[in-house]
Design a protein around this ligand. Sequence first.
Ligand code: DMJ
Length: 620
Amino acid sequence: MVFRKLPGVSASGMGLRLSQKFVFLLFLSGLVTLCFGALFFLPDSVRLKRIFLSKTETQPVTVGSGSENDAREHLKRPKDQEHPRKPPVSHEATEERLAGGKAQEDLTLSRSKTESASERATSPDHGANSDTFSYKKFKRCLLKHPLGRDNGKPSDPKTNERREKVKEMMKFAWDNYKRYAWGKNELRPLTRNGHIGNMFGGLRGASVIDSLDTLYIMGLMEEYNDAKEWVQTSLDLNSNGEASLFEVNIRYVGGLLSAYYLTGEELFKNKAVELGEKLLPAFNTPTGIPRGVINLGSWGWASAGSSILAEFGTLHLEFVHLTELSSNPIYTEKVMNIRKLLNKIEKPHGLYPNFLSPVSGNWVQHHVSIGGLGDSFYEYLIKSYLMSDKTDDDAKKMYYSALEAIEANLVQKSPGGLTYMAEWRGGILDHKMGHLACFSGGMIGIGADDGAPEKRQHYLDLAAEITHTCHESYARSATKLGPEAFRFDGGAEATATRLSDRYYILRPEVIESYMYMWRLTHDPKYREWGWEAVEALEEHCRVESGFSGIRDVYTMTVSHDNMQQSFFLSETLKYLYLLFSDDDLLPLEDWVFNTEAHPLPIIRKSFFSGECYGLSIPFQ
Ligand code: DMJ
């Protein structure tokens, strides 16, 4: 067909004049500008902005080597996603079975007050968008119920009695904190007042946040609800002081994350992410290695000098979960950047020294220790691997090669046959082991199974030997509590020789290793050792208004330090409670504990494919 050209009308299909076209185009471009601008006023504008704008416009800039690709690599779907491990089950069928079984229903509702609140807060299609974290989906991805069949109640009456005793200790510690130090960071049990300290940059309530999950798993629901209410009404994150990045992360971020995963209360998630954002400026250094101290108010770091391995190396678990919950990759990018640098840098004898310059990215001095300054860096390597559902191969490689170097250079046998971890100062051994280093029994234990096949038994034996040595440090004191550091020279064997090393501040590490070794071996001695610790705590650390550390474990006329540390509530009592519970209370198949004993869920491969089969499997 031939189109006839009419006067004044264009030959285009639209049949518009040039001036009309111009007006139309003007209108169209105005409309586009208007829509784009409207993005900024939508409720979820941050996410939309992230999609439409370049990354640098919405995220703090990381100075130093970029790690974006690494972070994506870590987060991307695993290869086997297209081939789920089990036959697909429809969403509806899974939901139905979950709701149908009586036993399952009991378990799901056993913490009904909080659970129903969370169900209300979580709309039915929350999580339909794959970019949004879905609590419901997360729950379906668990292999077992977090609280076990009967809240982990052991069938053996004696063990149950012991567990009840630990619960009573928690209630006593909590009640006194609430009565005398409510909202402060710690209780001073002798003077009956609160302690704020300077570790948390003006943040308050460390004992509240550290206690949330312990109260919850112990079924102390009234206390848990008081704690939750305090978070809702009084946890003010707009503080303006210098805080330890490490301490805020492990206690506050870790405590809030774990409270969220256990209860589904959006409040905890929102607070965790809000706080996480405030920590990001700490990474604005030339290398991306964060400094140890951050000013929460002025959005900048405060400390000069070196960064500490155990501090910048103990962020990974929490930061990966912050990315999970916020859908913001920046947290994972930050910690992957740290890992990238540590992987690249030359290591003396394969060891990681404790101090690193955040400016040059070089080691500052060659002091290596599995105790203070180094400890939880190693812990987070193996736990990063486990928490990634065993997909984070870099973490695995780094952990086992670090362990090999530790064994070759630091692990020693005393004349009396005790295995211990010495400290290393530029090639010279200091035959001292800190209480903090006693966590390593548990760490080596949980990593044993994924080591080279010919090494598995060896690792389990090493874990047992270290735990035995740490028990000896308790058994050889008058109070049956262990000193801050013990030595293996000058005739000493697992005892403190210096006055300044004789104190015990309610630390958890030895009990932590008992708990893991119990779970791994079911050797009853670990429960007996745990009970010895309970008796000693009751006899020497319990005072009229709480629990206190002691200044000298070698004397029966104890002098108290007047401090109930928040980690006593978060770690020491939680590990004791788990030690006397069945293994299905916070099962290790589903959870890893951060270094403050806050349980964080394993991020399943199936999470990415949207198909989870865990809780749909009925309990036997
Ligand atoms: C806790 O805050 C953590 O366990 C940390 O990793 C080391 N120190 C204390 C307990 O001793």
